[in-house]
Design a protein around this ligand. Structure first.
Ligand code: SF4
Length: 492
C-alpha cells in the first residue's frame, strides 16, 4: 500500500506536495519522493519518513506549479532508493508517474519490455512498467498537436491499452511535460483515488488527486468525489479539466482500506471511514451478545489507534466501560508496516504500554482491527496478562484473513497468515485468550455500506473469501507470486 498525490496549482506546488505527504504518511513509512514540473522535472527522493527526507531548502529547488508525490510501503521490489517513486523518463516524452497498487502480471510485462522491446528498467518495481506503457501510447505525432482534445483522445487510447494489458490494482497520478496533470484508476477501482478542487480569488481553479481526502481541508480543497473505476482525468496547462470513463468493470474497491489502512477522517468511494468503523464495532458487539450473552467484560480496550473507533461503539453497544488501557507511543511506526516479523514483535513492547489501573483483576476485552500473522496480537495479550488481567477476550473487526493480497497490501503468502492454516479455536489457543470472536463477512459489508449513497457493486475481499476481482489467479500462479515477494523481502 502506498499514498499518492498530484496537484495542479497556480502557485508553487512543492510545499503543498510536502504537506500532502505528511497527511499520507500512514500509507507508507519506508520512503517518499516528490517531483515538480514547469518545462522540466525537479525531483527529491529518500528513504525514511517524510519529515526526515525533505528540508525547507528542497522546497525552493522544486520549481513549478504542478507535481506528484508518493509515500512508499513496499509490496513489490526491494528497499533501494531506485525503487522510490515518482518514476520518470525524459524520452520520447518527459513523463513522470506515481502508482498505488500492485500489478499481478508485472513479470510478464517486464519481460516483454526488456526482452522484446530491449528497454532498460531502472527499478525492480511494477510501477515502471506502467510508466513505459503510458509513454509508448503517447509516442505519436498527435502528441505535438496544439488541439488539447486531440491530445486527450491520444491519452485515452494509451490508457485503454494499459487497461487491456495490465491485470491488477492501479491508481495513478502522472505529469507530462508541456501537457499537464493526469490521473487514472483501474477499471475495478480497487485502490482509492479521490479528487478535489480549490477556487482562487481570480476565478481560476486548482486541482488535487490523492489516495485519501486527508489533506484537503488543510490545503483548502473541497471534495469533488472519486476518480471513477476506469476513468481518466486530465488537467491541461491552462487548468482546463477533461474527464472520461475509458472502461468500467464491476466496481470492487478494497474493503481492507476501511478496516485498517485509511485514516478515519477520510472519505473513500463516498463512504466515511470513521462511520464505517463505528458500525463495525456495533455489528461485532451485537454478534458478541449473540455468541456470549453471559460473558460481559469489565472493560473494552482498543489496540490503538486503528481500533479505537470500533472499540468505542463496541463498548457503547455492550454497555461496558471503554478504556484506553494500552498507551501508544506515537513516535514509533505502525507494526504492520515493519518489514519482518521479528522486528514487529520487538517493536510491540516499545510501542505499547499497558495501564495497570485499567487491567489488573479485570476481565478485559481487547478490540483489534484484524489478525494477520497473529504475532503482534499474541505479544499484546502476553503484556496484558503480565499486568494482571483476570480474563482476556479478543475480538477482530475483520473476518479471518486466509488468502494473500496481490493488489497492494503486503500479505503475500498463505504461509504467514494465521487463519490460512488454523481454525478459530486453534488461533484462540495460540493467542492465549479466553474467548475469541471474528467479525462475520456479511456484517463487515453491512457496516461499510450501512449509510448507502455509494456506487460500489462488490467489494474486493479476496484476502477473506479468495475471490480475486481482476480475474481468477490459479494456485500455481499464486505460489509464484508469493515466492517472488517473499524473496524480495528476504533481500531487504
Ligand atoms: Fe484489499 Fe484484501 Fe482485496 Fe487486498 S485482497 S485489495 S487487502 S480486500
Amino acid at each position: 500500500m502506498c499514498g499518492i498525490v498530484g496537484i495542479f496549482s497556480h502557485h508553487p506546488v512543492a510545499p503543498e506536495l510536502y504537506d500532502s505527504l505528511v497527511h499520507l504518511q500512514h500509507r507508507g513509512q519506508d520512503a517518499a519522493g516528490m517531483l515538480s514540473c514547469n518545462n522540466k522535472f525537479y525531483t527529491k527522493h529518500g528513504l525514511g519518513l517524510v519529515r526526515e527526507i525533505f528540508s525547507p531548502a528542497d522546497m525552493v529547488k522544486l520549481h513549478g506549479n504542478m507535481g506528484i508525490a508518493h509515500t512508499r510501503y513496499p509490496t513489490a521490489g526491494g528497499y533501494d532508493i531506485s525503487d522510490v517513486q515518482p518514476l520518470w523518463i525524459g524520452s520520447p516524452r518527459g513523463i513522470a508517474l506515481a502508482h498505488n497498487g500492485n500489478l499481478v502480471n508485472y513479470k510478464m510485462l517486464a519481460q516483454e519490455m526488456t526482452e522484446v522491446k530491449h528497454r532498460h528498467l531502472n527499478s525492480s518495481i511494477d510501477s515502471e512498467v506502467l510508466l513505459h506503457l503510458l509513454a509508448d501510447g503517447l509516442d505519436d505525432h498527435q502528441f505535438a498537436a496544439d488541439d488539447e482534445s486531440h491530445f486527450f483522445s491520444l491519452l485515452g487510447s494509451s490508457i485503454k491499452n494499459i487497461f487491456s494489458r495490465v491485470e491488477g490494482a492501479y491508481s495513478v497520478v502522472s505529469v507530462i511535460i508541456g501537457k499537464g496533470l493526469v490521473a487514472f484508476r483501474d477499471p475495478h477501482g480497487i485502490r482509492p483515488l479521490v479528487m478535489g478542487e480549490r477556487l482562487n480569488a481570480d476565478g481560476t481553479k486548482d486541482y488535487i488527486f490523492a489516495s485519501e481526502t486527508t489533506m484537503f481541508y488543510a490545503l483548502g480543497f473541497s471534495v469533488v468525489g472519486d476518480v471513477q473505476p476506469g476513468e481518466l482525468v486530465f488537467v491541461n496547462r491552462s487548468g482546463k479539466l477533461f474527464r472520461q470513463v475509458i472502461e468500467r468493470k464491476q466496481f470492487s474497491p478494497c474493503i481492507f482500506e476501511y478496516v485498517y489502512f485509511a485514516r478515519p477522517d477520510s472519505t473513500l468511494n463516498e463512504i466515511g471511514v470513521y462511520r464505517s468503523r463505528l458500525y463495525m464495532g456495533q455489528k461485532l458487539a451485537q454478534s458478541w451478545k449473540k455468541h456470549y450473552p453471559n460473558d460481559m467484560p469489565d472493560v473494552v480496550i482498543p489496540v490503538p489507534f486503528t481500533s479505537n473507533t470500533a472499540a468505542l461503539s463496541f463498548a457503547h453497544e455492550l454497555g461496558v466501560r471503554y478504556s484506553e488501557g494500552l498507551y501508544k507511543n506515537p513516535f514509533i511506526g505502525r507494526t504492520f508496516i515493519m518489514p519482518n516479523s521479528e522486528q514487529r514483535s520487538r517493536n510491540v513492547r516499545y510501542k505499547l504500554t499497558p495501564q495497570k489501573s485499567e487491567i489488573e483483576n479485570k476481565t478485559v476485552l481487547l478490540v483489534d482491527d484484524s489478525i494477520v500473522r497473529g504475532t503482534t496480537c499474541r505479544e499484546i495479550v502476553k503484556m496484558v496478562r503480565e499486568f494482571g488481567a483476570k480474563e482476556i477476550y479478543f475480538v477482530s473487526s475483520c473476518p479471518p484473513i486466509k488468502n494473500p493480497c496481490f493488489y497492494g497490501v503486503d500479505m503475500p503468502s498463505q504461509a504467514e497468515l494465521i487463519a490460512a492454516h488454523r481454525s478459530t479455536e486453534e488461533i484462540r489457543q495460540y493467542l492465549d485468550v479466553d474467548k475469541l470472536l471474528y467479525q462475520e463477512i456479511d456484517d463487515l459489508v453491512k457496516a461499510v455500506t450501512q449509510r448507502g449513497g455509494h456506487a460500489i457493486e462488490n467489494f474486493c475481499m479476496a484476502c477473506m473469501d479468495g475471490r480475486y476481482v481482476s480475474g481468477k489467479i490459479e494456485e500455481k500462479e499464486q505460489q509464484i507470486l508469493s515466492q517472488r515477494r517473499e524473496a524480495e523481502r528476504d533481500l531487504a
